[in-house]
Design a binder for this molecule. Structure first.
Ligand SMILES: [Fe+2]
Length: 318
């Protein structure tokens, strides 16, 4: 039995073959992987074959890019059916996607477009999260995104917005600490104040990444540089409050040499190990929630259960 726990790495094609070659190495700071299902569903060839090889060594969590929970196009039933099969095959303990719009009028934006923060859009997201959750057998976690402008119809702050969505949909949170840092930096806010309002008891996984300083006072969330010290510090601050939640490094481009990438994992692993034990299980689908619209929708998939440390397990890896 293997568990998504400790520090993981977002799998990218750029280093998939190298990771397969290294899958016999000890690599103690790399304990799990995250993949984008869109890159592997209904595809043959060496990348899905590589994924199969990597699953023999590491447990996987999955991270989607195209559910478009904030959009107005109907959820794509064919996508969700295929996704459900993929998640069941990979035995991902949870599946995350973003609180954003990524498809409009049937066309993918190839960007994660942020939304206004207001009650109407809380209700909109809650309805669509429930629809998506009903079609998946894997607990759904939503991710806070980076944004560069806030429309004038936003009357909630980011923390209150995300908290309301998670409470009313009774879903998990995939907390991107780098996104909180980027938003706080660009909009002159206090990142710790934003995080304090987030539903930290629902966090099932965290993301960290590097970013690009387009101007001295403006960050682009590019995931193409090493993590900066303030994000490490913010992660440490957050882990002190959540306990040992699985942490994932996202590196999308300008991929460094393996030793440099692994050095980041080692630094993250030290932070994770220094954090306190998780006090209680993260909120999961089926847990009784606190929001007014909360419901008890089901149970964790077969093979997964909360343990004393609050982690969800799966049994696909020796
Ligand atoms: Fe992220």
């Amino acid at each position: 039995m293997s568990t998504v726990d400790g520090v993981g790495l977002g799998l990218r094609f750029a280093f998939l073959d190298e990771l397969v070659e290294r899958s016999g190495d000890p690599l103690p700071a790399l304990r799990w992987l995250e993949c984008h299902p869109e890159n592997y569903m209904r595809r043959g060839g060496r990348f899905p074959a590589g994924l199969t090889r990597l699953r023999e060594r590491w447990p996987f969590a999955t991270h989607g890019l195209s559910m478009s929970l904030g959009g107005v196009d109907p959820l794509d039933g064919e996508y969700l059916r295929t996704l459900r099969g993929f998640l069941d095959e990979v035995q991902s303990p949870w599946h995350s996607d973003h609180l954003c719009v990524s498809i409009a009028h049937g066309r993918a934006s190839h960007d994660l477009l942020s939304m206004s923060f207001n009650e109407e859009l809380v209700r909109h997201l809650v309805a669509r999260i429930r629809q998506a959750q009903d079609r998946l057998s894997t607990p759904l976690a939503v991710e806070n995104v980076s944004y560069y402008a806030l429309p004038p119809d936003s009357d909630l702050d980011e923390g209150d917005f995300v908290s309301a969505v998670c409470a009313e949909a009774d879903c998990l949170l995939m907390l991107d600490v780098n996104n909180v840092y980027v938003n706080a930096f660009n909009h002159g806010q206090d990142a710790r104040a934003i995080l304090t309002k987030m539903p930290l008891e629902r966090v099932v996984q965290m993301h960290v990444a590097g970013h690009f300083y387009e101007e001295p006072d403006f960050i682009l969330d590019t995931h193409d540089t090493a993590i900066v010290d303030p994000v490490y510090e913010l992660l440490e601050w957050t882990l002190a409050r959540t306990g040992r939640v699985p942490v994932l490094l996202e590196r999308d481009s300008e991929i460094p040499a393996w030793d440099d990438l692994y050095a980041e994992l080692v630094r993250l692993d030290a932070l994770w190990r220094a954090a306190p034990e998780r006090g209680r299980a993260p909120r999961s689908r089926g847990a009784r929630g606190t929001g007014a619209l909360t419901r008890n929708t089901g149970r964790l998939p077969a093979g997964q259960a909360d343990d004393a440390g609050g982690m969800l397990r799966h049994g696909n890896t020796p």
